[in-house]
Write a protein that binds this ligand. Structure first.
Ligand SMILES: Cc1ncc(COP(=O)(O)O)c(C=O)c1O
Ligand SMILES: [Zn+2]
Length: 394
């Protein structure tokens, strides 16, 4: 058994592995995607050493309590603003809709910069710092850009953020306030991504585009560790996730695999549900058609700017998780999201991002169709704060 004192380094990271072709990559150098097949790379850890859950006792209530399973080798490079270990809150005054289901929100809105993006960016910026990187660029739908700007400021490195022009002003203002360079693009996050790709190659910027860099996934996976720990190592029956690029969905699934290897949970898995907007519904369509990859969608405006992803880079992995988990996928309209934000605010006193509020409508629909069954325990991930979205919601 390994305990706190015996651990000489923070992380049990061993190497990066391609989940598609199996190619192993050296985790001691800068990596992006698989050099053989361009898939997202997965960090692997030495989980066979019998680490005890007891290591968590007395640890700080942030995602870095799971530092053995995060990629930073030397703790002095960890860039933290207190992200993670967000509360799990039972549905209270809206119980008339939930019948005999136990339904909970995991509320990510209290994270630094008001969204769960803080987790992935904390991990990616920390690891970048450990690898000596000085300039970090990203395309963003909004929240990741603000998070990168804040963590880059804390790390003392430069952030360059490409964001669609149609994103609400508050997302742009926060990038400026944290000292990032902001570039506004007439288009979607895919258009931003193409430009970041081009300029990163020319200017030697390191880019942390969703799932084209291995470590944002590692930060996001801590939601899975927390769900297990906060539910006393008994996972819920169903987890709903608002899917843009899909990092959290893939990360949570990866966490459960790691926890099973550690022997901290058993083999039972939740059914995973991807929730998308009507304008970016590629995963929903591909899932119901039984396809293994998704098509490009129109990528048009939605008030849930985090869901404005015309085609996720890791669509294959998202679809694999949905199929493996016997999960589902569903779209929600902007009007439904807006109504849900208001219903949750008035009844529960919680002001959610439309991405998170969409899950409430998705839950109600899947319950009405009896896909959610009597007595099931359901977790809805509210991924961000509603305060940044007021100009569109009102
Ligand atoms: C509030 C919010 N929810 C959900 C998402 C989608 O996250 P992912 O790209 O990990 O699927 C985003 C992405 O920008 C977001 O900002
Ligand atoms: Zn590969």
């Amino acid at each position: 058994m390994i305990n706190n004192i015996e651990l000489e380094r923070a992380s049990l990271l061993t190497y990066l592995e391609c989940p598609e072709c199996g190619t192993i990559h050296n985790a001691g150098v800068v990596n992006t995607v698989c050099t053989n097949c361009t898939s997202t790379l997965f960090a692997q850890y030495n989980l066979s050493t019998g680490v005890s859950k007891d290591i968590l006792t007395g640890r700080p209530a942030t995602m870095w309590r799971y530092k053995e399973f995060l990629p930073v080798i030397d703790e002095k490079f960890i860039v933290t603003l207190g992200e993670g270990f967000t509360p799990i809150i039972p549905v209270n005054n809206l119980k008339k809709f939930t019948g005999d289901n136990e339904v909970f929100w995991k509320d990510e809105s209290g994270n630094p910069t008001g969204s769960f993006k803080a987790r992935g960016i904390s991990a990616a910026v920390s690891k970048a710092k450990e690898l000596g990187i000085q300039i970090i660029a990203t395309p963003t739908a909004g929240n990741a850009g603000g998070a990168l700007a804040a963590y880059a400021a804390a790390a003392g490195v430069k952030a360059i953020v490409y964001m669609p022009k149609q994103t609400p002003k508050v997302f742009k203002d926060e990038c400026h306030l944290y000292g990032a360079e902001l570039v506004e693009i007439d288009g979607s996050i895919s258009d931003c991504g193409k430009l970041v790709n081009e300029y990163a190659a020319i200017n030697n910027w390191f880019q942390v585009s969703t799932l084209k860099e291995p470590y944002r996934l590692e930060g996001k996976k801590t939601m899975g560790y927390e769900i297990a720990e906060q539910f006393n190592w008994q996972l819920p029956d169903v987890i709903f996730y608002p899917t843009g690029g899909g990092t959290g969905l893939i990360g949570i699934w990866k966490a459960f695999d790691e926890l099973e290897q550690l022997g901290w949970i058993g083999g039972k898995r939740p059914r995973m549900v991807a929730v998308q907007s009507e304008s970016c519904d590629g995963i929903v369509k591909a899932f119901h058609a039984g396809q293994t990859v998704s098509e490009f969608t129109d990528g048009g405006f939605t008030i849930a700017n985090g869901l404005r992803v015309p085609k996720p880079y890791a669509d294959k992995i998202i679809l694999k998780v949905l199929h493996q988990s016997n999960g589902s996928a569903i779209t929600i309209s902007d009007d439904e999201m807006s109504a849900a934000v208001k219903e949750i605010a008035r009844n529960e006193g919680l002001l959610f991002a439309p991405e998170g509020a969409a899950l409430w409508q998705a839950y109600k629909k899947l319950k009405a169709s009896q896909w959610i069954q009597s007595g099931e325990k359901v977790l809805l991930l509210n991924t961000g704060s509603g305060y940044k979205y007021l100009e569109n919601i009102m």
